[in-house]
Design a protein around this ligand. Structure first.
Ligand code: GLU
Length: 303
């Protein structure tokens, strides 16, 4: 089976070396055998943080790095009806419910309990306040235009998927999933039509991605994504989570580190090969066809 990978940045800033590493990691896997595909997806679902100018910059920087993608770029904001349809399926099965709580109210409620548990992504574990609302009250508040998120009813979801859930991690093998650690996770936010978890899982299935590569910081989220796949009957890709690049002080690179952006490096006269090397890929990935290389460059050693 040919490998289909993707690079899925959010256009909230310029690409930095950490992104270049992630993109090269995905690109290398796709190009490691004939017929592989490397897809590009722009995860711009958060209207408050994403800017079109960053999308343009991402495309330009990737091309400059010699990382050409296959097919058209999938832009999440152009697929809102698809995410809505998924939410509707889950709602019809009683697996999501509207949540009217503010973040402040959730934190206040948590402060009153002795334990203040958090989900693996660091968000407070929802205490379940709105889960028990009567359907008449839900309908009344929605009709009154009260802002609300949609949360997964984790207990109901787990009951709907009785089998043990697991995924294959490169180099590790089968990992059994524990999605309950996320509690009643938000699948549609008050200010964004769908959450990262919903969109990313939906799109990996829609695009036929069969090897999800991404930073190890997102490995815990895979437990939840596996549950969404089971609920929706979507295919299950394999996973390869990679280590995150850090700066000299051992801190994870972030978009705020201007010096590490691909833009700044280009402006400072670095070549694509130098930047790829700094991103942890000194030899251009094995199997690269010369046609895909930037002008004047030769490929890495033959396989
Ligand atoms: N859009 C996410 C990010 O920029 C990556 C999502 C993923 O690879 O699953 O961090």
């Amino acid at each position: 089976m040919s490998i289909v990978t993707r690079f899925a940045p959010s256009p909230t800033g310029y690409l930095h070396l950490g992104h270049a590493h992630a993109a090269l990691f995905a690109w290398t896997r796709a190009r490691s055998a004939p017929g592989g595909r490397f897809l590009l997806r722009i995860e711009d679902i958060d209207p408050g943080r994403c800017l079109p100018e960053f999308t343009d910059a991402i495309l330009e920087d990737l091309a400059w790095l010699g990382l050409h993608w296959d097919g058209t770029v999938r832009v999440q904001s152009a697929h809102l009806p698809d995410y809505r349809a998924t939410l509707d399926v889950l709602a019809r099965r009683g697996l999501v419910y509207p949540c009217f709580c503010t973040r402040t109210a959730i934190l206040r409620e948590m402060a009153q309990s002795a334990a203040a548990p958090h989900a693996p992504d660091g968000s407070p574990l929802y205490p379940g306040t709105c889960r028990a609302l009567a359907s008449s009250e839900r309908a009344r508040r929605i009709a009154a235009g009260e802002p609300h998120a949609l949360r997964l009813d984790m207990a109901a979801a787990l009951a709907a998927v009785p089998e043990e859930l697991a995924f294959e991690e490169a180099g590790e093998g089968r990992i059994v999933c524990h999605p309950q650690a996320f509690g009643d996770v938000v699948l549609a936010r008050k200010d964004a039509p769908a959450s990262y978890h919903l969109c990313v899982t939906h799109d990996d299935a829609a695009q036929g991605v069969n090897l999800v590569t991404r930073g190890v910081d997102l490995k815990p989220a895979t437990h939840l994504h596996r549950l969404l796949q089971a609920l929706m009957g979507w295919p299950v890709p394999a996973y390869a989570h990679h280590a995150l690049l850090t700066d000299a002080a051992g801190r994870r690179l972030a978009k705020r580190d201007r010096a590490a952006t691909i833009r700044e490096m280009r402006a400072a006269g670095r070549s694509p090969a130098e930047v790829r090397a700094l991103a942890g890929f000194p030899a251009f990935p094995i199997g690269a066809s010369p046609a895909t290389l930037p002008a004047g460059e030769t490929g890495g050693p033959p396989p």
